[in-house]
Design a binder for this molecule. Structure first.
Ligand SMILES: Cc1cc2nc3c(=O)[nH]c(=O)nc-3n(C[C@H](O)[C@H](O)[C@H](O)COP(=O)(O)OP(=O)(O)OC[C@H]3O[C@@H](n4cnc5c(N)ncnc54)[C@H](O)[C@@H]3O)c2cc1C
Length: 366
């Protein structure tokens, strides 16, 4: 039986946060035929921030003291893992692989009892192991390091987002509009609720100056022999990371706060190549590649996920400021956003399904 209530929801933002929210909304409002969901965005894939990202699951660039991060990351991990072991994996670009996370130790930091401190997100993954001798000796060429290997997942956003979009386009309740919103009041009277998933541009739209760019440059190369993720953090030279995708490998990276430059620089290219070749020396021989730079939506107080009723009585649920972890936190945040929406637009009829959670959220459209 379907519910005859009529709800109008607008999502601003067609990136990973906007589209995972849209899918979660449809899942929770399955019984509401008269839901009208409009997704308004200036850009869609392949022009979103996630399309530049490595799509690696790790709560990177966000504070892990915030208990919400771990909850969001855990739920998202479980969805991606279910997807890897489903018929979606190839088309959606979801890959399970080992992630080696290594930290350089300077001489003073090393002592006999210097056990690796396990990051709080590590127990969320299905399998991990702190590297012990002789395992750590694989990385002798990096000098003294500590680290761990974990079962991680890489979601290639430029494959994943088009699949979510196709699924959403097939639902008659959903409409896509490509345009820029300059102020929420432009939409007054057009929706019962607006969901703000505008990433870094939330700074302009909301006036929240605590959201700022954390510039990241990457190089996409052809290196088919690399089958695992390597992340190497040094004391004085920054980080290098290597993240395989389905037909390329992403080399990174930089994390430059308050830098708005979206053009790749020679200096960053040299730094990234040098750091990554330290980890895997064969990379010295690869000179080709496509350089890209994107702006992570970093926010001083962490992700803003909350309801606001404006002075002109517009209900907005904000969800922005995911920094370097928008892919990692996406499904978890979407779930919390929709829980807030449900307090404002109630669903009286509970829908139950035997499908696995990821299939309830979205399905491949062949
Ligand atoms: C180099 C790099 C590497 C990264 N690697 C990883 C990684 O390995 N793992 C990970 O989890 N994360 C990673 N990230 C971070 C991740 O990409 C971001 O956190 C995530 O993409 C943010 O998603 P979003 O949907 O909030 O923002 P966006 O992708 O920026 O989407 C916002 C959307 O809103 C639209 N919009 C904005 N303002 C308006 C407006 N006023 N009107 C209409 N539309 C509007 C935009 O057009 C856009 O489509 C990386 C980022 C970079 C740059």
């Amino acid at each position: 039986m379907s519910d005859s209530r009529s709800y109008r929801v607008i999502i601003i933002g067609g990136g990973i946060i906007g589209l995972t929210t849209a899918c979660t909304l449809l899942k929770e409002y399955t019984s509401i035929d008269k839901l009208q969901l409009t997704i308004i965005s200036t850009t869609f894939s392949p022009e979103t921030t996630g399309d530049v990202s490595a799509g690696y699951w790790e709560p990177y660039g966000v504070s892990l003291n915030d208990e919400r991060m771990l909850r969001w990351a855990r739920y998202t991990y479980d969805i991606f893992m279910q997807e890897f072991f489903s018929t979606k994996a190839a088309q959606a670009g979801v890959m399970q692989m080992p992630g080696h996370i290594l930290k350089s130790q300077n001489d003073q930091q090393i002592s006999e009892n210097d056990d690796f401190i396990v990051p709080s997100f590590l127990p969320l993954v299905r399998h991990y192991r702190v590297l012990k001798d002789p395992e750590i000796r694989m990385f002798d060429h990096l000098g003294p390091v500590t680290g761990f290997v974990m079962s991680s997942v890489v979601t290639e956003v430029r494959r994943y987002l088009p699949q979510l979009q196709r699924f959403l386009e097939c639902d008659s309740r959903v409409k896509f509009v490509r345009k820029k919103i300059h102020s929420f009041s432009e939409l007054k009277g057009e929706a019962d609720i607006i969901i703000n998933c505008t990433g870094l541009s939330a700074r302009e739209l909301t006036g929240d100056l605590t959201i700022r760019p954390a510039r990241g440059q990457v190089i996409r190369i052809h290196a088919p022999w690399i089958k695992a993720v390597y992340y190497f953090e040094t004391v004085n030279e920054g980080v290098g990371y290597i993240v395989p995708q389905s037909d390329t490998v992403v080399l990174g990276g930089t994390f430059q706060l308050d830098d708005w430059n979206t053009t790749p620089t020679e200096q960053d290219t040299r730094h990234i190549r040098r750091m990554c070749a330290k980890i895997l020396p064969a990379l010295e021989q690869i000179q080709d590649g496509v350089e890209q730079a994107g702006l992570r939506p970093y926010r001083d107080g962490g992700v803003r996920l909350e309801h606001e009723r404006t002075t002109d009585e517009i209900d907005i649920v904000h969800c922005y400021g995911h920094s370097g972890a928008g892919v990692t936190l996406s499904w978890g945040c979407a779930k919390d956003v929709v829980e807030i929406v449900k307090t404002l637009l109630p669903v009286y009829e509970q829908h139950s399904s035997d499908l696995p959670e990821h299939e309830q959220l979205w399905r491949l459209v062949l």
